[in-house]
Design a binder for this molecule. Structure first.
Ligand SMILES: Cc1ncc(COP(=O)(O)O)c(C=O)c1O
Length: 398
């Protein structure tokens, strides 16, 4: 039966590779298994979430407005304006914001909207950080683009080196995924970096897609956002889209709710595509999400909990495995020399699931896979579990 051959090229799901690695291997100890490979928040969502869903149950019979209720879009615009200290009116809820059912699917769909058949007479490129969230790569491949993997190493500050991208690649570029803070390394792009990326997008006429879903989980300084950089550049949102989610900010990964904001022409086209290809978000969910975007107390409390987890990790890992406290996000990115070997050892000898860094990245011709030496550890469980897990990790790896 004929199938889309591009489907065959989607073969980089890190969790499928992890299942293969652990196939037939059982942990030796009978200690409880620690699922530290998946970046799933474990803190409880704020109680208002369930309460509002129950209060608004009457709306389950309604077809939701595909671009979001006016109240939802206003809450998102208000949050962006407060969080990034944007000039009033810079983000118009009607022209610059659309709802999405979590950001994953929208990240996949965005290149289906933004990639033309050809650019500069050739196959368009989509730029992504390497390591990368695998949905970026899938979205690029399905749109018929050539994915270009920009190595993010310690030497590049774990962000793509904007100066190293060849002009020919930029000329063909249709879309650039920038993950800020970066998953997995937790690096934060500063405002100068963001301004430079926006200028490149405008000069070479491509979409800068800033995936800011970890923006609210940070250690010391608030990560700046791409819209803040737009404000500093004069206020135009041209060529820029930011993606935000309640999954990590509000521990509501199951709610499937986020938004995309930015360039009004892109929002219009993306809404058009989503009106065919995207699931609308139910009204009770939108009602609860309005309250979540309007509340910062639960987000502040969440950050305190994450900082404590990094305190515990630091106590055990300081000076080992290239430990550093990531500026943002909730992952440890540990240099264990051979990430696959270490992940297997941790699973077999300590019952801890971690993700080999190589599974989130790929080797460019002539270079090593930038994730090869690393494991990614999701620091999402309670303090006592992390404490016990750190002891098990050290026992197994040293
Ligand atoms: C970098 C990155 N972007 C986007 C997402 C998608 O999040 P959601 O679909 O829950 O909004 C994730 C999820 O883990 C992620 O790690």
């Amino acid at each position: 039966m004929p199938v889309n051959p591009r489907l065959e090229r989607l073969a980089d799901n890190p969790f499928s590779k992890l299942r293969e690695l652990f196939d037939g291997v059982q942990p030796r100890s009978n200690e409880p298994v620690l699922p530290w490979a998946v970046g799933e928040p474990q803190h409880a969502p704020p109680p208002m979430l369930a309460q509002i869903l129950a209060e608004k149950a009457e709306f389950w019979n309604r077809y939701p407005p595909p671009a979001g209720t006016p109240e939802y879009r206003a809450a998102c615009a208000g949050w962006l304006t407060r969080r990034y200290r944007l000039p009033a009116g810079m983000v118009d809820p009607d022209r610059n914001v659309m709802i999405v059912n979590g950001t994953k699917e929208a990240l996949f769909l965005c290149p289906q909207m933004a990639v033309p058949q050809e650019k500069a007479g050739r196959v368009p490129t989509v730029l992504l950080p390497n390591p990368y969230y695998n949905v970026y790569n899938a979205g690029a491949i399905f749109a018929g683009a050539e994915p270009v993997y920009l190595d993010c190493t310690k030497e590049t500050g774990f962000l793509p080196d904007l100066d190293a991208i060849p002009a020919e690649t930029l000329e063909r570029c249709a879309l650039f995924y920038l993950c800020n803070p970066a998953n997995p390394q937790g690096a934060i792009a500063d405002l100068d970096y963001l301004k430079k990326a926006i200028k490149l997008a405008r000069a070479y006429d491509f979409v800068l897609l800033a995936d800011e879903c970890y923006s609210e989980v940070y250690q010391r300084r608030e990560p700046p956002g791409a819209l803040q950089a737009c404000a500093e550049l004069g206020g135009s949102l041209d060529h820029v889209l930011v993606f935000h989610s309640l999954s990590k900010r509000s521990n509501a990964a199951g709610l499937r709710c986020g938004f995309v904001a930015g360039d009004p022409h892109l929002i219009e086209r993306f809404s058009h595509l989503r009106s065919y290809a995207g699931a609308a978000v139910p009204v009770p969910i939108q009602e609860a999400a309005v309250a979540l975007w309007n509340d910062e107390a639960h987000v502040d409390a969440n950050r305190v909990l994450y900082r404590r987890k990094f305190d515990i990790a630091q106590n055990y890992l300081e000076g080992k495995f290239g430990f550093y406290r990531p500026e943002g996000g909730f992952f440890l990115w540990l240099d264990v020399e051979d990430g696959e070997k270490a992940a297997l050892t941790l699973w077999r000898d300590a019952g801890i699931r971690t993700l080999p860094g190589a599974y989130t990245a790929r080797a460019n011709p002539g270079s090593a896979n930038p994730g090869q030496r690393f494991i990614r550890v999701a620091l999402v469980h309670d303090d006592a579990t992390i404490e016990a897990g750190m002891k098990r990790l050290l026992r197994a790896l040293t």
